[in-house]
Design a protein. Structure first.
Length: 331
């Protein structure tokens, strides 16, 4: 069987890009050349690896099997050459190269920029890419080297580590609250415009915040946390927000904090084969520690602002018990 690593590398690129044009751009090859080499690889293996359609190249069952094995081989090759460079043993060289992190946009907008900025300053040979998308990342297709999730996956060859808990509360702008009906109880929310996720685009049950408050209608909705926050800035209504996102939002204030509070968790998710790569493992350890520190720092700032009286619309009342730990399933 005439098969070499270039064939496997080409296969991995097509499997992850799912189109010949994207794979060709990554490999610096003409798409037609990529297509011919895929056909040659399939002929060599005697198996169809892709289902071709106008939408792109989708893996067959045999293709999925090869993807799993080829990804393992790729990780082993990376591990074999890890740290083999000029200045061996130097900390800056030990954490170098490119790392891509996939994350939901709340984390990507309000935590990862400052965290990754500090890590990049510490390691000048490190390139960090943040992919902010409101969906689950497919690490098997190498959409990212690691991902931040809001729940712990239970399927696939994945290594999962709990990063940190974070809190969420209702919030609104002072301009909205000054012109809106009174807001002293959870029942009062029925008379307010609600800002939140598009219901049928919630990609994880842990993001269905409004269900915990018994709210069915969302007057202003988006699949993006950043867009929701902008709606709140523009006096659009009341919505559930991450406490850490309010640290740099003087125009927004938490409301009903004694009646409604949610606690969620972030998880670091990696492909299990990547645990043999020292650089990625070290980066993951530093990322986890920095995220924990940053969430705590920002949430303390928000609490201090409330105590100082900078958020006067905090409503008092009996607790609803919604400040809960994640379910026993690990989510």
């Amino acid at each position: 069987m005439d098969l070499n690593w270039d064939d496997i590398r080409l296969f991995l690129s097509v499997a992850r890009a799912q189109t010949l044009s994207k794979a060709g751009a990554d490999l610096r090859l003409d798409p037609a050349t990529v297509g011919r080499r895929v056909a040659r690889l399939e002929a060599t293996l005697g198996a169809a690896l892709f289902v071709k359609s106008p939408q792109g190249y989708a893996l067959t069952v045999r293709g999925q099997e090869l993807l799993t094995r080829a990804s393992t081989a790729e990780a082993a090759m990376r591990a074999a050459t890890e740290g083999i460079s000029a200045g061996q043993g130097d900390d800056d060289d030990a954490v170098s190269g490119q790392v891509r992190i996939g994350a939901p946009d709340g984390c990507a907008n309000h935590l990862l920029p400052q965290v990754c900025g500090r890590l990049a300053a510490q390691f000048p040979n490190l390139d960090i890419q943040i992919v902010a998308l409101p969906r689950v990342f497919n690490l098997s297709r190498r959409e990212a080297d690691m991902a931040i999730g809001v729940s712990a996956p239970t399927a696939g060859q994945l290594a999962v580590q709990r990063v940190t808990d974070y809190r969420l509360h209702f919030a609104a702008s002072a301009d909205y609250l000054d012109s809106a009906p009174p807001l002293a109880t959870l029942d009062d929310l029925q008379r307010h415009r609600i800002v939140g996720y598009i219901p049928d685009m919630i990609f994880d049950r842990e993001l269905d915040y409004l269900a915990d408050a018994g709210l069915a209608r969302v007057a202003l909705a988006s699949n993006s946390v950043a867009v929701q926050l902008n709606m709140l800035r523009q006096a659009g209504g009341v919505g559930v927000v991450h406490d850490f996102s309010l640290a740099d939002e003087p125009g927004l204030q938490r409301v009903l904090t004694d009646m409604f509070s949610l606690r969620r968790s972030y998880y670091l998710i990696r492909h299990s084969t990547d645990q043999s790569q020292p650089m990625l493992t070290r980066f993951a350890q530093m990322l986890v520690q920095e995220l924990r520190t940053e969430v705590q720092r920002l949430e303390v700032r928000v609490e201090r602002a409330d105590i100082a009286g900078n958020r006067p619309h905090k409503a008092a009342g009996p607790s609803t018990g919604l400040d809960r730990a994640p379910p026993a399933s690990g989510r």
